[in-house]
Design a protein around this ligand. Structure first.
Ligand SMILES: O=P(O)(O)OC[C@H]1O[C@H](OP(=O)(O)OP(=O)(O)O)[C@H](O)[C@@H]1O
Ligand SMILES: Nc1ncnc2[nH]cnc12
Length: 177
């Protein structure tokens, strides 16, 4: 076992009570990203999880999904596309509105982002209610993707979010809350 494999990544995730609203326990990945060994280990583990899906493209969910998807696409040698919040992407877009643990939002994709049938894995930092990943999968299918999976670092299992996601979900760290 290498020193890397001994690292418990949960130690690096800060829990912030009552952010961004009273009653929400916020799982902050900033503290994980700041530690080079922990971040490299997290990306290595994600790469091992996602590689067997053989994606043509990773779909990165704005904004924290960008942070995991970009280094992973580089490691896996696949393409990268952005699922952005409303009004940020040029050209023709397709959109989908969804509920969050603490509000609602709209995601968009460029209409020409995907060649029909391309294998796509959706990437985000965290799965809570599952609204974001469910919306992402729906959007990607509308755009012609073959969605072969969804991958997050952190899953809050008590919210049952994975049941909303119509694709296999893989996670690195789970919390019962
Ligand atoms: O499973 P859900 O209940 O949908 O919640 C998970 C989503 O919430 C957070 O994003 P947020 O909308 O806070 O945006 P950010 O990434 O820009 O901080 C997180 O990064 C996920 O995208
Ligand atoms: N509890 C939480 N912590 C961090 N990001 C989130 N996104 C949705 N719920 C969250």
């Amino acid at each position: 076992m290498t020193a890397h494999e001994e690292i418990d990544l949960k130690r690096f995730i800060r829990h912030v009570p009552d952010f961004p609203k009273p009653g929400i326990l916020f799982y902050d990945i900033s503290t994980l990203m700041r530690n080079p060994d922990a971040w490299q280990l997290a990306m290595g583990r994600l790469a091992r999880q996602v590689a067997p899906l053989k994606p043509d493209l990773l779909a990165a969910v704005e904004s924290r999904g960008f942070l995991t998807a970009a280094p992973l696409a580089d490691r896996l040698g696949c393409g990268l596309l952005m699922l952005r919040k409303c009004g940020k992407l040029p050209g023709e877009t397709i959109s989908h509105t969804y509920d969050l643990e603490y509000g609602s939002d709209t995601l968009e994709i460029q209409a020409d982002a995907i060649q029909p049938g391309q294998r796509v894995v959706v990437m985000d930092d965290l799965l809570a209610t599952g609204g974001t990943l469910a919306a992402s999968v729906a959007l990607l299918r509308k755009a012609g993707a073959n969605v072969v999976g969804a991958s997050v670092m952190v899953e809050l299992t008590s919210l049952g979010g994975r049941n909303k996601v119509d694709a296999p979900v893989s996670t690195l760290l789970t919390y019962k809350e």
